[in-house]
Design a protein around this ligand. Structure first.
Ligand code: C2E
Ligand code: MG
Ligand code: MG
Length: 265
């Protein structure tokens, strides 16, 4: 109950913050975008991870306000960086099942129109729990989102229901392999088999694949060899706040420039 009350104040008093974790192509060289991850800077408890408050926010319905705030802030940040001449790549935003039920596509499309955000700037990450709701409604929402050119990503693949029929019934663009599988490659034969199978299946369905939780070069090499497209994890960077991400983007912007100069001279 205390946490529920605290969460009410959190939104109004600016205790919530977006963090950004870079996503790279599997060569590890090309920065493609970032996942947007919510943090709660509680005055007494300190930084609280989303796993500790999002389930509560979903149960109380507070996720609607919080989720809207996340979308709004992500759009603002993208625009701010873009206008400053910094290419932030895409921002992948996690969407809760509860948010998705409430005519989510309308809310998001209105926001994008309001800020003038192009569809390639955003990706939406949803988990299979969303797909358990009324199939027709979910399909209509997904169709509206894809119609404006937004990419849809199936998050945490392999941990939830992993019903293959969902992959047939609902069209996704991206599949994210859960980090619990990535943790075991290339050493654990079971994880190796599972990751290979997920990649083969995803390729057959023409899905782009992102590996989550890549922490070592061995993992990245294995994933690249198996045809994984993109990777995200502590090997590249931990999630960072907006200011740090902006500095990170600016520092990367110099890199190809420096390389070109080096080659030219
Ligand atoms: P997720 O969407 O699967 O996000 C990936 C999680 O893996 C993040 O945890 C990230 O910090 C963590 N991670 C990334 N790379 C590594 C790595 O190399 N090693 C390890 N050990 N961990 C890594 P985080 O930020 O605690 O988020 C947990 C979950 O909370 C997210 O899982 C997502 O489901 C949810 N979440 C986060 N932000 C939001 C939000 O704005 N809205 C909603 N509805 N859910 C959110
Ligand atoms: Mg995610
Ligand atoms: Mg995930």
């Amino acid at each position: 109950m205390q946490m529920e009350q605290d969460l009410h104040v959190a939104l109004e008093s600016g205790q919530l913050a977006l963090h950004f974790q870079p996503i790279f192509d599997a060569t590890g060289h090309r920065h493609r975008g970032a996942e947007v991850l919510l943090r709660w800077n509680h005055p007494e408890r300190g930084t609280t991870a989303p796993a500790d408050f999002i389930p509560l926010a979903e149960a109380t319905g507070q996720i609607l306000g919080i989720g809207h705030w996340v979308l709004d802030q992500a759009c603002r940040k993208w625009l701010e960086w873009h206008e400053a001449g910094i290419d932030p790549g895409f921002l992948a935003i996690n969407i809760s099942r509860v948010q998705f039920r409430k005519r989510f596509s309308r809310t998001l499309i209105d926001l994008m129109t309001h800020y003038g955000i192009p569809a390639h700037a955003l990706e939406l990450e949803i988990t299979e729990s969303v797909l358990l709701d009324d199939h027709q409604e979910v399909n209509e929402e997904l169709t509206s989102l894809r119609a404006v050119g937004l990419k849809l990503s199936l998050d945490d693949f392999g941990t939830g229901y992993s019903s293959l029929s969902y992959l047939k019934r609902f069209r996704f663009d991206v599949l994210k392999i859960d980090r619990s599988f990535v943790a075991g490659v290339p050493g654990n034969p079971d994880d190796v088999s599972l990751v290979k199978a997920i990649l083969a299946m995803a390729k057959g369905l023409d899905l782009e694949v992102v590996a989550e939780g890549v922490e070592t070069n061995d993992q990245l090499r294995f994933l690249r060899q198996q045809g994984c497209d993109l990777a995200q994890g502590y090997l590249f960077a931990k999630p960072m706040d907006a200011d740090a991400y902006c500095v990170y983007l600016q520092s990367r912007r110099g890199e190809p420039e420096r390389a070109r100069i080096a080659v030219a001279s």
